[in-house]
Design a binder for this molecule. Sequence first.
Ligand SMILES: *Cc1c(COP(=O)(O)O)cnc(C)c1O
Length: 296
Amino acid sequence: SERPQNIWHFEELLPIVDKRAQARVGQFSGYTPLIRADRLGAELGLSNLFLKDDSSSRPSFSYKDRVVAMSIARLLERGKTEIGCVSTGNVGTAVASLAAKAGVDAFIFYPNRLEEQKARGCMALGAKVCQVEGNYDEANRRCREVAEATGLDFANITLRPFYAEGAKTAAFEIVEQLDWESPDHIITAAAGGTLSSRLHKGLGELQLLGLSETDSTRIHIAQPSGCNPIASAIIAEEAEVHPVTPETAAHSLAIGAPGDGYLVIDAVLKRGGTGGFASDPEIFAGIDLLAATEGL
Ligand SMILES: *Cc1c(COP(=O)(O)O)cnc(C)c1O
């Protein structure tokens, strides 16, 4: 409890050993509040509901600070000074922000469907921004080619194993914040599938270390009905994800070919969870309900 309340709180369980790299990135990332949500819970008929509020993470106000901090720390550990990423928005903002602070040059590749303001935010943070023709999955393919041709490190492609480990920190924090009593259920939105699959991994590590009894915690995932390849596979009891062409206003979740989809299916199956989806109007209604009941 006396440790710094940031992404490095559980440093022994993370793949970065260089303390100087740790000191240069993520000092204000992660360790977000777990908010008791009684008013939203009452609306939904749930008596013990909490919200893990990653919108208060620094510097970029989303869970992507956790994962990108790990990629940039790895980059610094290797003594490199340039990083790229492919983004539907939040990864790009996290890369641009964390790279600016660490003195790293950032190159953000984003699909042309992205909202203009998100790209402008990255430019204001000093990143070079490149718009790629097509949707996220097409941009992702082009970035693999760029990585191969130039040797540029990509936060969520070439550095992906480090990126993914950062997502575990949310699981560690949730259990610690509940006094080491793992919750019955965790529900999260899924896009590429990194967060949900690594919550599963993080819970597993706490169990292995004897820090908490986490085996009975179920993990459930939600997707927009216009981009629900993981949820549909879970519902149809298939072991593989069939890629789709995204058609949803939830741009942060519009990944039609999710790289970690099979890991999510595995996590949900092993833990007895479920997959579900919501239409865009239902998503907007959910945003309004959250705002009106919890002020978020
Ligand atoms: C990235 C993201 C997620 C989860 O994405 P994964 O790729 O599945 O880890 C959920 N919500 C928001 C707002 C996001 O930006």
